[in-house]
Structures are given as C-alpha cells and as structure tokens.
Design a binder for this molecule. Sequence first.
Ligand code: FMN
Length: 373
Amino acid sequence: MRTTQNKDWTKLIIGNSELTFPFFLGPMGAGISLSRLVAAVANEGGAGTLTTVGIREIWSQKLKRKVSTYEAVLLEVETARKLSPAGVIGLNVMVAVARDYEDSIRAGVEANIDFISVGAGLIGNLPIIDHPHRTFIAVIVSSARTANIVLHRFKKNKWKEMGYELAAFIVEGPLAGGHLGFTVDQVTKSEFQLEAILPDIKKIAQENGNIPVIAAGGIYTHEDILRIMSLGADGVQMATRFLATEESDASLEYKLAIVNATKPEDIIVSTCSPCGLPFRVVLSSPMYQAHLSATRPLRCDKGYLLRKDAEGNFTICPAKTDNHNFVCLCNGLLASIGYNSGEEGIYTAGANAWRVTEITTVKKIMDELKGHT
Ligand SMILES: Cc1cc2nc3c(=O)[nH]c(=O)nc-3n(C[C@H](O)[C@H](O)[C@H](O)COP(=O)(O)O)c2cc1C
C-alpha cells in the first residue's frame, strides 16, 4: 500500500492507496499535468493525475521516433514513479479522445497505476484485459443521474468481475477548467453548482458501498477545502491553481496569460470545442482570438479528437471544416505546452484562474492548502 504522511487530515483510501491529505491534482491536458507536476504534488502528500491527452505526440517528439499511445503512457508513468517512488499516481483518460481511450487504460493497467480517472464524457467501455491486480477507477460525474448511470454500467457490464473497481466519484462542478459536464445555461445556475450537486451524489455513493466522493471545480483555498468537506466530500481535486506553477508543463506564455488575467470576465465558457461540450478558456488565448476572426487556415494533422464515421474509421471532427464555430483543439492544446511550432495556443483554465497572481511552486501552494501557512 502506498501512503502519504500528513497528520492534519482524515485519511482517505482509494484502492490500495492511503492519502492522509485527501487531495488530488486534477488531470490537465494536453501535456500539463505530466510527471514533473504530478510527482511534485505526490511528494507533498497529494495524489497526482497524469494526463494522457497528446502524450503520443509529446513522447514522439522527445524520442524523435513514432511512439504509440500505449508506449508513451508507460514511459510517462515510469518517469513519474522515478520522481516520486512512494507517491500516489493516477492516470486520466478522456472518453472524448476516443482513439486513445482503450490503449491508455491498457497501459495504465500494465503500469500498475494507482488509479485511473475517466472523464470528458460518460464512461464508455472498459477493455477486457488480464488484470494481474485490481484496477481502481475514479469516474468524473456532474450529476446524480450520471452517477447512477455509472453504477448501472458497472453492474450490467460486470466490470468488477473483469478486474475493475469503482474506487471514487469525482464530482466536478461548473467552475472547473477544461470541458464541462453542463450546458452553457447551467454553468451559472445555483442548482448546478458544486455545493448543490454534491449531497445527492454523496447519498448515492453511501448507498452503494460508501464509495469515496472527491469534490472538484472552483476549490481554491484551505478554507474552501474545509467547507466542501463539511458538506460531505471525502477529498478534493484541484487543477487551476497548479497551472502556473514552476513544475507545470504549460508554456511560459500560458502561465503569463493566467497571471495576467485579473478579473472574472477574462475567463469565459465557450462552445468552440469540437468535442461538443462547453469548454472554459482564457479570453486572451491566441488561438481563441484567431477563432473569433476565423483567420486560422483549416488543417487537421493530429486527429486526437476524430470520431468514427459510418464505416468505423476515425475521420470526423467538426473543426476540420469549420473554424468559425470550432477551434482545432489538438493543435491549440499542443501549442499551449510549447509543442507544435507554427500554431497558436488555446489556454483552458477554471473560473478562478483570474485569482492566480504569480508563478510559484507546488510546495508553496500545498503548504497553504494544508493550512500550514
Ligand atoms: C488546464 C486544464 C486542463 C484540464 N484537462 C483535463 C483533462 O484532460 N481531463 C479531465 O478529466 N479534466 C481536465 N481538467 C479538469 C481538472 O482536472 C479539474 O477537475 C478541475 O479543473 C478542477 O477545478 P479547478 O481547476 O477550479 O481546481 C482540466 C482543467 C484545467 C484547468
């Protein structure tokens, strides 16, 4: 069992891991929550979640040869484990990134990852694999309805019998970064805020074997953590505060755009994502600005977000033919971490990004979150 040390908090068990500070660094794709950031959080007693988005491209460029998603995930987990041998390290897979979904899960199982979090769409399928050990799945949900669907799918598909265990619900409210599990109209309504959706999901989790519930989206301070835990959360997941850390793999331009966003209106919810889910972006992001004037030439050369056509081939993405309503997220996100020269970045962030005032270290933020400063 992997354990973390921090005597101030009630410990949280996720699968075979024990967290005495019940804190998760949320996945940040593409390529932001990689081994450096994840290990830094894990070394401070939190659990870190590696993103798998864009990982094939990142490792292919690093090794100067074509690397598969499967291999890239193995390499990233291995790197993170070296940087944090005793830390709790998870892997995030996105349902919307359909082409890499299964391969990422397979590699996570092979790497004996501590947990796999599944988000950006409702959990689809879990591959049939020979499990040398149980695989712990944390599912990101944004309503009691989706939590019930997840439970139903686990039973119906006999995922437990296949070696998977539902280890946590990550309840993500509408203030989160990245893709949102809400309509644009719902984002600002009180009944969809984290505090409002948490209790019903907690009840469902309690009725189904006391599944831990992790709250995410808009949590920013030590006091926020205490408050959301008093409402029933067993732990928290945060991302935005860690975007502009020294250990984050976001580009310097991205970090500075976060620091230079100084008011709530600098961060907006957009429908520009080809995934079909609302997506939160920093208004000043160069690719978002280019999108507003539809000046980016149409091109699809990465294809992470392609969906299957009638023949079962991955060919469909609305951004291939329409740069007025959609942005090319594959290129935009990779440009935001300094890959993909010639393209401009699109910077996603949570609603609280305007509160970030400096580029700082993981240790400083973690100390503050634990209430040590
Ligand atoms: C830059 C950024 C990228 C994100 N990418 C992903 C992702 O790839 N997969 C995912 O499940 N969640 C993603 N998220 C959501 C976070 O993991 C997290 O749950 C959420 O942002 C927490 O809210 P906070 O940012 O207010 O702390 C992303 C968030 C940010 C800020």
